[in-house]
Design a protein around this ligand. Structure first.
Ligand code: S3P
Length: 184
């Protein structure tokens, strides 16, 4: 598939709750657009030399959030790429403003039940540990969805293939970034 240069001019920052597909779909979106892929959780883990779980347990959430803000500010200075942000990253006023300025943001919006099913079996998310995922995700959605809604683009993350999600994101980017009549 050929993609218009307009789609590759800015970093594409994926935002949304845990399980929305920011990393799994983001990786494939990057491939489709022939852009590098970055994941803020992975970069924070690399910088801290330990897992997100261990950062929360040993240093606390505030330390994780500070690391997340630093890492995203650094990544946004890099050439255009697809950036999967951690679910809480866009809640920071500072990070949100930077993303607004330097990237195009895409909210992968999903129903809590879909998210809960997807995150259900994994044990790598400190905010869900030992808690009912549906209840916790519902609480987070209530607080976060109005903020995620400030993203430039919203794409529904439904139970479909990754390829179909990538296609839906590309279409939404195209509608926003490619002036009418210039699509190849
Ligand atoms: C978090 C989401 C996680 C990770 C951390 C906190 C959140 O990332 O950053 O566990 O606050 O929603 P994913 O959204 O990639 O799971």
């Amino acid at each position: 598939m050929s993609v218009e240069p307009a789609l590759r001019r800015k970093t594409i920052a994926l935002v949304g709750l845990m399980g929305a597909g920011k990393s799994s779909v983001g990786r494939r979106l990057a491939q489709a657009l022939n852009l590098p892929f970055r994941d803020t959780d992975e970069e924070v883990e690399r910088a801290a030399g330990r897992s997100v779980n261990d950062i929360f347990a040993e240093l606390g959430e505030q330390a994780f959030r500070a690391g997340e803000r630093r890492v995203i500010a650094r990544l946004l200075e890099d050439p255009p790429h697809v950036l999967a942000t951690g679910g809480g990253a866009f809640m920071s006023d500072e990070t949100r403003a930077l993303i607004k300025d330097k990237a195009i943001s895409v909210w992968l919006k999903a129903d809590v039940e879909v998210l809960a099913r997807r995150v259900g079996r994994k044990n790598d998310r400190p905010l869900l540990r030992g808690r009912n995922p549906v209840t916790t995700l519902r609480e987070l959605a209530e607080v976060r969805y109005p903020i995620y809604a400030q993203a430039d683009i919203t794409v529904d993350s439904i139970d479909t293939s990754h390829a179909a999600m990538v296609q839906a994101i590309i279409e939404a980017l195209r509608a926003r970034l490619v002036p009418e009549g210039t699509a190849s």
